[in-house]
Design a protein around this ligand. Structure first.
Ligand SMILES: [Zn+2]
Length: 250
């Protein structure tokens, strides 16, 4: 799970440290792909991964719909004939640093898969039923209009989800829902609770390769369990403000 790629002299979509830690530099991304290729891995979109779930297949996803998806990630993926799924937030389209509708179509025409990352990027666990429908079914309908084809995969904003969210995503006509729960997926993994691994800024290629092999995920999962309990105890809003102040942007 990637987010925005960072490019020298180009400001990120958001400046907060909590956002910036998810930004991977283009150079690091290039070397990730290089290493994967050299080690015999193939990058796939969600649909491709569902179709043939072979050895040394890694599903590559991008959240949010940043402009660097098209400008930086897409050409590097193409060079290696890797597939990927780009989950787009519809409300962000056209904003500074994000894709436009035209550019979403460009990505799609290049052969990449477009997925949905909600309408306005709220924590879906916090919204009422009407909003939840709008963020899932409403977003699906709008994105299909933009792409001119079916949109079958959804990823949860901020990684927040529960059974109610999964039901809404299923009822909206999607085939899968990706969470931010750390882990690899197996043939029997619930398609409405797909695991992912966040690739953070500064991730070395050898660490990424180990992650693809499913190694070293235990520690990440442990940290996640602690964070999940804190989110439950504090609620999303208080958790976010605490996290902000801890990351030095109080
Ligand atoms: Zn997001």
């Amino acid at each position: 799970m990637y987010h925005e790629l960072s490019v020298a002299d180009r400001p990120l979509c958001h400046a907060e440290p909590g956002y910036a830690r998810y930004a991977v530099s283009v150079d690091d991304f290039r070397s990730h792909l290089e290493q994967l290729s050299e080690d015999g891995w193939t990058g796939k979109s969600v649909t491709e991964a569902l179709r043939s779930f072979g050895n040394k297949s890694v599903c590559i996803t991008f959240d949010d719909g940043c402009e660097t998806d098209l400008l930086c990630a897409a050409p590097l993926l193409k060079e290696r004939s890797f597939g990927a799924t780009f989950y787009v937030t519809i409300g962000y389209l056209g904003q500074k640093g994000y894709l436009t509708e035209r550019r979403v179509r460009d990505l799609h025409e290049m052969g990449f898969e477009i997925g949905c990352h909600s309408m306005t990027h709220p924590y879906l666990t916090d919204v009422n039923d009407v909003q939840l429908r709008q963020e899932t079914a409403g977003a699906n309908e709008r994105l299909e209009q933009i792409c001119g084809s079916r949109v079958e995969h959804f990823s949860c904003p901020g990684g927040r989800w529960n059974a109610r969210v999964a039901d809404a995503v299923r009822n909206a006509g999607f085939r899968t829902m990706a969470t931010s729960q750390t882990g690899i997926n197996k043939a029997n993994t619930d398609p409405f609770a797909l695991n992912r691994v966040a690739v953070l800024g500064g991730t070395r290629s050898d660490v990424l390769l180990r992650t693809c092999r499913g190694e070293g995920l235990f520690q990440a999962r442990l940290g996640e369990t602690i964070r999940d309990s804190a989110k439950r105890l504090l609620g999303n809003r208080m958790y976010d403000s605490l996290r902000k102040s801890l990351l030095g942007n109080g």
